[in-house]
Design a protein around this ligand. Structure first.
Ligand code: GCU
Length: 679
């Protein structure tokens, strides 16, 4: 099946100034070559220029050809070189445009930056070419990672864009699509990729055996050409499943020996492997708890086995009791991450990174930031977000998630003290700035598949692109990223920007308002998690309740309730504790609130629920109407694909509206002040 070029869509532009015809590539390896190739491709397709390769800058003067100008790719060795891995500088010096990297990846990112300036017809391009601007960038986060939840049979857990392009029928796929994926990922700034599902079962356990190692070596090499490190998800019970041991106790010598030998074998075959991602003691996956050990015991044992090879163990903090009794009002899933991992702070090896989901529950449309970021001070931390839209419309509804991720990164933890003087946002922590760490960063559950447009919904590719760009530069705004993505994908037509930009920017708030406003969450159909079902998870074992009754709704997580608010530093703890100071968008996450409670708008809670759902569904319909203005501007298939999804969203948002409003009308008995139809 064919597939689109997504944002690496190099459209011919006659207005672009590109006064170069020669390319010099400094010393380096394959990443330099890929950077050169990408630049040559883009120069040809965008500017119609065939860049000729020269060995030496002086050559242009010597050979008598009336050269226009030279672009030089280089990794300088002097003290003036760009600072660190992935950093780059683009500058014009005596007619030569130098793209310099702190390493080869830096050069590659610099090349993609230059291409982006061309694609977006950015004013910075002219400034650069007239010597008025020197562009310098350095990645905000050391690790910028995608986690694919791809299974070896080709299915994807929570995949909404077709099947895997990494696996099919228990075989590893390696082809043009793999390369184009690597180009897309690298162009956005991604430098690490886990290719298999965190739930490692069946054949996936065998990825670390000779059955797959040769192909993994080839994949790792291909990724390496784009500065991307390959990672795998690991089955903690591999010693039992692969070697027939009767235990996977991390303190058992036979188990330790198994892993050491295993890693020797794995790294001999795939020397550049970045390391492993581990989901242990979570949702039925094996882990150290079975043997009375803790997460540090488990993670450190693996860390020791990979440490001779520079490998990392990324250990997930998504650990909670998933066999809860809904009658039990004290156990609170939101508390679980902190309760499990806080006592272990400082006990993890240097090459272990704890990967923490953004919120304490599970990728809802809105959650408070996980209190673990506020607490852990002596442990490498990584933020995990979900680009795959499991709870945010499954890539059938539009939901541009970068604004959400920005809020998470900007959250002030007060880990640096209650006076607020320290730079201690989530971004400061996961970048390694606050605690001077180098093994940390951001990961996203990937939203790709083998659909023609990569992400099911064409507009969902903005989340793939946006995650990479944001992880590379957390200082970018959600709007800047959206603008870039639109121009790179669809070209610089003003009408397209005018329609798509507000659609993307408003989409999270629209989705939230007709599904689950005020932080209540869940209310989806069990297991597949699509579509409204208010009580879908209310009497279940997963710890996911809204506790609605005839008086009010929401979960009391104050010190009177589950005590969750106390996991935050002050002044956040007190802010969440009191209904009056709790940010209203999270009110029902933290409090059980009477329907007649007045919000800051003066509206009662119940009226807000009704209004929010009516308005949300109306705004979803307006998006469809706005989009129709683009029927002459987009390619017909692309237009039709997006239109069909927006139409479905508009219809489906009415289903959400009516189900939820009807439920709360019946529950509260309070009519809508505006007399609209509720069933
Ligand atoms: C969610 C999701 C699961 C996934 C899990 C995880 O619960 O529904 O499919 O396995 O998160 O992050 O491990």
């Amino acid at each position: 099946m064919g597939y689109t070029k997504a944002w690496l869509n190099y459209k011919r532009s006659d207005s672009i100034r590109f006064p170069f015809d020669a390319l010099r590539v400094g010393a380096g390896g394959t990443i330099m070559e890929r950077a050169a190739g990408e630049l040559a491709l883009a120069a040809g397709e965008i500017a119609g220029t065939a860049l000729r390769r020269i060995a030496d800058i002086a050559e242009t003067e010597q050979d008598g050809s009336k050269g226009k100008g030279v672009i030089s790719l280089e990794v300088p060795e002097d003290a003036d070189a760009p600072d660190g891995a992935g950093a780059f500088r683009i500058s014009l010096e005596e007619g030569v445009l130098r793209i310099q990297g702190g390493d080869e990846s830096g050069v590659l990112y610099g090349v993609f930056e230059l291409i982006r300036l061309m694609q977006t017809a950015s004013p910075n391009l002219s400034r650069l070419l007239s010597g008025k601007l020197i562009l310098e960038k350095k990645p905000s986060n050391p690790l910028r990672m995608l986690n694919h939840w791809d299974n070896l049979d080709g299915s994807i857990e929570r995949g909404y864009a077709g099947n895997s392009f990494f696996f099919e029928k228990e075989r590893l796929l390696l082809g043009e699509r793999t390369r184009d994926y690597a180009r897309l990922a690298a162009s956005a700034g991604i430098n690490a990729v886990v290719i298999n599902n965190v739930n490692v079962r069946g054949a996936a356990t065998w990825l670390i055996t000779e059955r797959y190692l040769p192909q993994l070596a080839a994949l790792s090499q291909l990724f390496g050409e784009y500065g991307i490190a390959l990672y795998l998800s690991l089955n903690f019970a591999a010693p039992m499943e692969l070697a027939g041991l009767d235990t996977c106790d991390p303190l058992d010598e036979r188990v330790q020996e198994f892993w050491k030998r295993k890693m020797l074998e794995v790294y001999a075959a795939v020397p550049d492997l970045g390391g492993f991602l581990v989901k242990a003691d979570s949702e039925g996956r094996p882990g150290p708890f079975t043997y009375g050990r803790n997460h540090a015991d488990g993670a450190n044992m693996l860390a020791e086995a990979v440490s001779p090879y520079g490998g990392k163990i990324i250990w997930r903090c998504f650990v909670y009791n998933c066999s809860q009794d809904w009658r039990d009002r004290k156990t609170d899933r939101a508390r679980a991450g902190y309760d499990n991992f806080m006592p272990l702070d400082g006990r993890f090896s240097d090459n272990v990174i704890l990967q923490i989901k953004n919120g304490p529950m599970d990728f809802q449309v809105r959650e408070p930031v996980s209190p673990l970021f506020s607490g852990l001070r002596a442990t490498n931390q990584m933020l995990e977000v979900q680009a795959a839209q499991e709870y945010t419309g499954q890539q059938r509804h539009l939901c541009y998630l970068v604004p959400m991720w920005k809020e998470i990164l900007d959250f002030k933890t007060y880990a640096g003290g209650e006076d607020g003087a320290a730079a201690d946002t989530v971004a400061d922590i996961v970048s390694g700035r606050l605690y001077e760490q180098t093994d940390c960063g951001m990961a996203a559950v990937a939203n790709t598949g083998n659909d023609e447009n990569w992400t099911g919904h064409d507009l969902a590719a903005a989340n793939f692109y946006g995650f990479g760009r944001l992880a590379f530069d957390t200082g970018l705004s959600a709007e800047e990223i959206a603008r870039e993505w639109i121009a790179c994908t669809f070209g610089t037509n003003a009408e397209i920007m005018k329609v798509l930009l507000p659609m993307l920017m408003d989409s999270w708030s629209i989705y939230e308002s007709y599904t689950s406003p005020l932080g209540i969450g869940w209310m989806v159909n069990p297991s597949h998690h699509y579509g409204p079902n208010v009580d879908g998870y209310e009497y279940d074992r997963w710890g996911t309740y809204h506790r609605s009754d005839c008086h009010g709704m929401g979960v009391d997580r104050t010190t009177e309730g589950t005590g969750y608010t106390a996991q935050y530093n002050e002044p956040n703890a007190s802010m969440y504790e009191a209904m009056e100071t709790c940010p209203e968008e999270l009110l029902l996450f933290f409090h059980h609130v009477p329907y007649q409670y007045r919000l800051k708008s003066g509206k009662t809670l119940i009226q807000h629920i009704y209004d929010s759902h009516f308005e949300g569904a109306m705004r979803a319909q307006e998006m469809l109407e706005q989009f129709r203005r683009l029927d002459k501007f987009l390619e017909p298939e692309v237009y039709e694909r997006i239109r069909a999804r927006l139409k479905h969203q508009s219809d489906h948002s009415k289903e959400w509206r009516d189900r939820i409003n009807t439920y709360y009308f019946r529950m509260s008995g309070i009519p809508d002040e505006k007399g609209r139809t509720i069933y």
